[in-house]
Structures are given as C-alpha cells and as structure tokens.
Design a protein around this ligand. Structure first.
Ligand code: PLP
Ligand code: TYF
Length: 396
C-alpha cells in the first residue's frame, strides 16, 4: 500500500534542530529556529503563565469539549489585542475570531475559508517569506506567487518594487503581509509606507491577510498592532492570524487565532459559521490548556501588566543583543559595516552571509543558522555571543 511513498524533504528550519541536537561541539549555538531563549540560554516559562497556571491548579476544572471556535473569553481577548478592545470593529461585533492551533492554524483556517470563497484567487507572499507560507497556501489549493520585498544590495526593503508588485496584482488576490518583525529578513516597512500599502490594497481590490506572529517583539504591543488600525481606517475587510507562541513563550501549547473583519455583525456571524465548518472538518475543536492560560492572563489586569512587562524585557534584550553583535563583530575584526543588524527588528537577522558561509559556520564552529543567512538573534546571550562573533568573523 505504501511502497510508492517517497521520502519528503525535511523542513529547512525545523530540520536544523535535529542536526543541532546531534552535534557534539561543546560550543554549539542554535540560531536556526525562531525561538526566544533568555540570558541563560533557557526557554523561558513566563511568570504570568506560571501564576495563571497556579490559579488553575488551585481550582482544578474538568475538561469537556470546547466550542468549535474555542474559549469565548480567549476569542474576545484576541479581538481586543488585535483591534483594540474599544475599537469600532469590536464594539460593532463585526470581527469573527476563532481560537486556532498556533499562528499556523490561524493561517490554515483562513486559507481554507478563502479557498471556498474565491477558489480562483491567487496568493502573493513576500520575497522571501517564512517558507511555510508558500507550503501552507499551496496545500490549501492556491497558486502562490511573490511580491518584491528584500533588496540585498541595499540591505533593506525594495519598497518601490513591493508597491509595483501589488499594483500589478489582479483584483481579489490574497496578499500575505507580515504585520511586524518580518520573517526572515528582520526588515519592516515604516508606518508611512504601510499607508501606501493600504492605499494600493484598497485601490486594487486585494485581500489582505496579515500574519501577526510577533506582536510586541518590534516596538511594543500597541505600536506593532497599529498597522491593523490603518487597514480598519481605510474601510477594508481583511484577515489577521495571531500567534502567542513567541509572545507567551508557549510554543508547544499551540495557541493562536484567526480574526476576520467583516462589514457588519450579521456578516461576521455568517463568516464565523463557515470558519466553524473548516475547523469541525479538520480537528473538531481546539485544546483547552493554552487558550485558558492566555485568556486568564489577558483578562486579568495584574497578570496582563506582568505579561506586558515580561514581553517588554524580551524585546529589550533582543535589541541589546543586536547591538552586542554589531560591537562584537567589529571587535572580532570584521571590517565591513554590520550596523544594519540594529536596523532590523524582531527575532531575526538576515546576515547577508552566503550558503557556503552558513554551512562553514555550522560544520566548523557549531553555529547554526539557515542556509539563507538568517540568524535568530533572540537566541544570543552574554555567554555565546563571543563564540558567534569570532565564528562569523572567521567565515567572513
Ligand atoms: N507566521 C510567521 C511569520 C512565523 O514566523 C511563525 C513562526 O512560528 C508562524 C507564523 C507560526 O506560528 P506558530 O508557531 O504559532 O504556529
Ligand atoms: O521561522 C521560524 O523559525 C519559526 C518557527 O515549519 C518555525 O517561525 C519554523 C518552521 C516551521 C514552523 C515554525
């Protein structure tokens, strides 16, 4: 029955983890996968999460099935975070939000829903993008193309190219946009450039699908969320996927969501009913624990303040590591200006290193990044940074 099944290629990023685990180099550093590690190189368990979990343990609850669209208090908290609790769309009840299995789950529910709605639509992702964007939308049945984004020579965004790609897209094209902290490049567009993107999306009748996997890792929770307000203000209807994997350090709990902004409440009710069919026919309903923890934190003022503080600390530490990387590379003898690393934002740095250099980093020095030159600066710390700087200097 399965004799003709071929071996599928490994995920280029998650596959690196296996290679890293097998590496016996005592100085090895994993800058491959996008995971935040603290100053001690440990995956943090946030205090706000621990406190919410303690409170839950004190009052143990049975675990029946959740509603198909998840915990209501969770969905409301997601709406508040994405659109603002007092925003017009939330107050008008025109946002349909469902709990999803991480940000990936939110993207997949959205993709399946859009495929039913407009089967002929094409999808555009940034060039480059998180590789799973292409795979996920392709598997949902879409033809996936790219819009211009990264300019390697300039070390930044090819914004004119981006606008030109969007202007050339057919009406109805689904455009996947990184709301903040672009993965993999680390280069975001400015608020003024977002205004121009919003205008083109509106003019050309495109469908924006905002992927918000790093809210709070850029400039702040509200600052990173402000891009959503721009689409709302333009009167657009669009989709937003949310991930709490990074912002709550709850990677394995698979907590995320999908929000669809509709014209009015009646439309949102109809859209929600369709999202529920997508969910029901895939996995029936989401798991309880992660959503309950995030809802408990976001809906309790003290825990929420603690979360904002802890998220702020992660954000600030990543920025400090970027500066240390720039300084350390200089001290290690790198002649070229590496200052672009502090222009980038979020968890990643597109280092500009070639595939050969990345392979050397891995095999000779135990420093793991992706072949494309992406490094997760959120995994740097005071102990591993010297080794990373010296290793990069050696391959440059
Ligand atoms: N979208 C982007 C741009 C990401 O980098 C990630 C990374 O994890 C995701 C979505 C998926 O998030 P999750 O792990 O919550 O599924
Ligand atoms: O880009 C990253 O490293 C994270 C984690 O298939 C990730 O977004 C990577 C690959 C993948 C799922 C998650």
């Amino acid at each position: 029955l399965f004799s003709a099944v071929e071996m599928a290629p490994r995920d280029p990023i998650l596959g690196l983890n296996e290679q890293f685990a097998a590496d016996t180099n005592p100085n090895k550093v994993n800058l491959g996968v996008g995971v935040y590690f603290d100053e001690n190189g440990k995956l943090p368990l946030l205090q706000c999460v621990q406190q919410a979990e303690k409170a839950m343990m004190d009052k143990p609850a049975a675990r029946g099935y959740l509603p198909i669209d998840g915990i209501a208090a969770y969905d409301n908290a997601v709406k508040g975070l994405v659109f603002g609790a007092d925003s017009e769309p939330v107050k008008a009840g025109r946002v349909a939000t469902v709990q999803a299995l991480g940000g990936t789950g939110g993207l997949k529910i959205g993709a399946d829903f859009l495929k039913r709605l407009n089967p002929k639509a094409k999808v555009l992702i940034s060039d480059p993008s998180w590789e799973n964007h292409r795979a996920l939308f392709t598997n949902a049945g879409f033809e996936v193309g790219t819009y211009a984004y990264y300019d390697a020579a300039k070390r930044g965004v090819n914004f004119e190219g981006m606008l030109a790609s969007l202007r050339a897209a057919e009406a109805g094209t689904i455009v996947v946009l990184h709301a903040c902290c672009h993965n993999p490049t680390g280069y975001d567009i400015t608020p003024a450039q977002w205004d121009q993107v919003v205008a083109v999306v509106k003019e050309r009748g495109l469908t924006a699908f905002l992927d918000m996997a790093y809210q709070g890792f850029g400039h702040g929770i509200a600052e990173d969320g402000a891009v959503i307000g721009k689409f709302v203000a333009a009167g657009l209807l669009f989709l937003v996927s949310t991930s709490f994997s990074k912002s709550f350090s709850l990677y394995g709990e698979r907590v995320g969501g999908l929000s669809v902004l509709c014209a009015d409440k009646a439309e949102a009710d109809r859209v929600l009913s369709q999202l529920k069919i997508v969910i029901r026919t895939n996995y029936s309903n989401p798991p309880t624990h992660g959503g309950a923890v995030v809802a408990a934190v976001l809906n309790n003022p003290e825990l929420r303040a603690l979360w904002e503080k802890e998220l702020g600390e992660m954000r600030v530490r990543i920025k400090a590591m970027r500066q240390k990387l720039v300084d350390g590379l200089k001290a290690a003898g790198v002649k070229q200006d590496m200052g672009f690393i502090t222009d980038q934002i979020g968890m990643f740095s597109y280092s500009g290193l070639s595939k050969d250099q990345m392979v050397r980093l891995r095999t000779e020095f135990g420093v793991y990044g992706t072949d494309t030159g992406r490094m997760c600066v959120a995994a740097l710390n005071g102990k591993n940074i010297d080794h990373v700087c010296k290793s990069i200097a050696a391959v440059l």
